[in-house]
Design a protein around this ligand. Structure first.
Ligand SMILES: [Zn+2]
Length: 315
């Protein structure tokens, strides 16, 4: 079968590789569509030993496809918590101590969903839901976890810093939680799109809750500056491991700010994400702006078009 293989930073190759052979409980999926995301783009540029393992390695983790054994359309998250470790037993599954194996290899004709993920986080796609919308599952599940961490009260003002695909999904989810949502930053076309995801463009000053969704030190700083005294900042976008953004000790202490991290998703968020996608509550399809074949992925990461949100990769 044809698959995109990651050989090192900036080096992915379209190759003929042996078809994966499912073991007990594994599910073999014929990929209809995979989606690019920021994590893949980062992994392409810098490598990602945790996510991808030692090269050469399969690549891509957001997908929708057909379960070869049953003919059903399915979608899955890229991991599943073990359910048995102390964090899992506290229902803090994002902190699971045994999150491996991760799912990789969605940029291919066939994809093997490992047994644990197939058991916990593989779901049937409802009729009528377009495959490229269903494939937004994992990204949206992460966003719903971020919203849970934000503990939004209806009527609160929530500022979202960063209006990429994640920022737009956070806008829709915060709106759904009953917030007045302000989208901060981005060029004019993005601010316009943010309105379709339930947000009003603005500066976000004095927001009750600020969701950082840009993954840059500067955005972390902005988020802490914007929130009102007593407010909550959710730091959603990851920074490089050695990053040490300055902390405004005055604001933290005298203005009693709450800073919370948000990483990954739990099975409850994966299920809620699929229902949210199927509800049509937001124009999810507008997050998929480009369409390429397997051979077009590298060029997209090398030189992303200005208007790229996510690309559908059709093997
Ligand atoms: Zn666990």
């Amino acid at each position: 079968m044809r698959a995109l293989v990651f050989h090192g930073p900036g080096d992915v190759r379209l190759e003929d590789v042996p078809e994966p052979e499912p073991g007990p409980g594994d599910v073999l999926v014929q990929v209809e569509v995979a989606l690019t995301d920021g994590t893949d783009a980062k992994a392409y540029r810098r490598g990602h030993p945790v996510l991808l393992g030692p090269p050469p390695s399969p690549f891509g983790h957001e997908f929708c496809g057909i379960d070869v054994a049953t003919g059903r359309r399915v979608v899955a998250a890229n991991s599943a918590p073990c359910g048995a470790c102390p964090p899992c037993r506290r229902r803090e599954e994002t902190l699971c101590e045994n999150l491996f194996p991760l799912l990789n290899g969605a940029y291919a004709e066939l994809l093997l969903v490992p047994q644990r993920i197939a058991r916990v986080n593989l779901l049937r796609v409802p009729h009528g839901l377009a495959p490229e919308v269903a494939a937004l599952l994992e990204s949206l599940a992460c966003c719903l976890h971020g919203i849970e961490r934000a503990a939004i009260e209806p009527g609160q003002t929530v500022a979202v810093v960063g209006v990429g695909p994640i920022g737009l999904m956070l806008c829709a989810a915060a709106r759904d939680a009953g917030a007045d949502v302000v989208a901060v930053g981005g060029r004019a076309s993005r601010r316009e799109l943010a309105q379709e995801f339930g947000a009003t463009p603005g500066d976000g000053k004095g927001a009750d809750v600020v969701l950082e969704a840009a993954g840059r030190e500067e955005a972390w700083r902005t988020a802490v500056e914007l929130v009102r005294p007593g407010g909550t900042v959710v730091l959603f976008g990851g920074l490089p491991r050695d990053a040490a953004p300055p902390v405004d000790a005055y604001r933290l202490h005298y203005e009693e700010l709450t800073l919370r991290g948000a990483f990954h998703h739990a099975p409850r968020h994966v299920r809620a994400a699929l229902a949210f996608l199927a509800s049509g509550a937001a124009p999810w399809e507008r997050l998929v702006t480009h369409r390429v074949g397997l051979g077009g992925v590298a060029a997209l990461f090398d030189d992303p078009p200005d208007d790229l949100l996510k690309a559908a990769v059709v093997p």
